[in-house]
Write a protein that binds this ligand. Structure first.
Ligand code: GLP
Length: 241
């Protein structure tokens, strides 16, 4: 595990964007695993800026997103499909057909999860997985539990996650209770994993995840065992380490 100490959110975002752009420049057909949340928005913004300057392009890149809320259609404002278009896809040259996100409208969970794992397999797995860190240590929507779940699965969101994500919805009742998420094995099989974390509010969980024992109670802690994991965090997020 490697830690890149950034000064602040913007510096963290540029450092992570540097790693992603190097990946795409060296391997234009890369499969990128992408994340949502406020943490990677600055990384996407920086990549868009470099794309507009002609420094990097995404024509041949393929993407698989980590997760999607069950019940939200791709055109719902709070769906992760919408988030990805608004914050990244609509601003670069990636063909829509190259982007993949679980289908939140498929009520048949077993079918949707098997379909998504088949998509990841058909792409040959993920070359670089970008991650954020949930306030309870979740990655994607892999919530704390008694064991790690390997493949794509349907999860009941933890109360802490619903509380943290309600800021994006009009009312807490509007936050979906379930999501489809890539599993821990899907994430651990990525060739390279990069996590962006910012702010004092994440300092405790960063310490527990990366300086404590590996445990499904803190799902991100498994990344300590990944062969090529880079944590890009700002000083505030690392203040308890
Ligand atoms: C959501 C996403 C996660 C993300 C987390 C943290 O729950 N499913 O992939 O890492 O939020 O979000 P933020 O970066 O806004 O703190």
């Amino acid at each position: 595990m490697e830690i890149i100490r950034a000064r602040d959110y913007d510096h963290m975002s540029r450092q992570a964007a540097n790693i992603l752009s190097a990946q795409v420049i060296l391997h234009p057909e890369s499969v990128l695993g992408l994340a949502t949340g406020s943490s990677p928005i600055g990384t996407y913004r920086q990549l868009i800026d470099w794309y507009k300057k002609g420094d990097v392009d995404f024509r041949r890149v393929r993407t698989v997103n980590l997760d999607e809320y069950v019940g939200l259609a791709a055109d719902h404002e709070q769906s992760y499909a919408h988030f990805m278009r608004a914050n990244f896809f609509d601003h670069v040259d990636i063909p829509a057909g190259n982007t993949h996100i679980p289908d939140g409208t498929n009520a048949d969970a077993e079918h949707e999860c098997a379909r998504y794992d088949a998509v990841i397999r058909a792409l040959g797995g993920v070359d670089l997985q970008l991650l954020g860190l949930g306030p309870n240590g979740h990655i994607g929507f892999n919530e704390p539990g008694d064991s790690f779940t390997k493949g794509t699965h349907k999860v009941l969101l933890a109360e802490a996650t619903i509380r943290a994500n309600k800021r994006f919805f009009k009312r807490e009742e509007d936050v979906p209770r379930c999501a489809y998420t890539m599993g821990i094995l899907d994430i651990m099989q990525a060739e390279r994993v990069v996590m962006v974390v910012s702010g004092e509010g994440k300092a405790d969980i960063v310490h527990r995840a990366f300086f404590g024992p590996v445990t499904p109670r803190v799902p991100a802690s498994i990344l300590q065992l990944h062969k090529n994991f880079t944590l890009v965090a700002d000083e505030a997020a690392l203040s308890k380490c």
